[in-house]
Design a protein around this ligand. Sequence first.
Ligand code: AMP
Length: 198
Amino acid sequence: MPVPIRSVCVFCGARPGADPAHAAMARAVGAMLARRGWRLVFGAGDLGLMGETARAAHAAGGATFGVIPRHLMQAEAARGDLSTLVITETMHERKKVMFANSDAIVVLPGGAGTLDEFFEVLTWRQLGLHARPILLLDSAGYWAPLIGLVDHVIAAGFADPSLRGYFGVVAEMDALEARLAMALDAPAPGMASPSTAP
Ligand code: AMP
């Protein structure tokens, strides 16, 4: 039986951020996904880290699956060279389609939109609605305050300590690739991609 194509959803900023290390990391992620034969699922825009990731994946011959709400097509400069472009009517629908078509989630540095996306998939995980790996790529220590916030929420009694186990933190590309390979090339029972979003 043919092995289905594995897909990695990348949430990241529509801006490049102040530290050029983040853009370099985004390019490395795009190239790595292409090299491994994993499809990039992303917000379809050509801006910031999102654009960097997609350009690198495309340049390395990787498959790309972009999802963008109609009203953002201009503002986020939807790319015209994607393997698949899905146009949604709402932001909620965008996140749902991205999630439904992914086997793992990687979170690169980003702003409020990226945080929203991270917390949505984290809360779905907390509720037991999926078991997909969620990996924070802690480029140049960017996510340290977020990890501290999650620890604070747990210490203050507003979340079970298990919350911290629902996402992984990797600082380097090699570690990210290894974690993805573990999950995607030999998925544990129950880790295979469900075909629907919660
Ligand atoms: P940001 O991290 O703020 O640069 O946003 C990254 C991406 O998330 C951009 O493509 C935004 O359009 C998208 N985004 C922001 N808020 C939401 C939301 N509530 N639902 C879905 N996507 C969002």
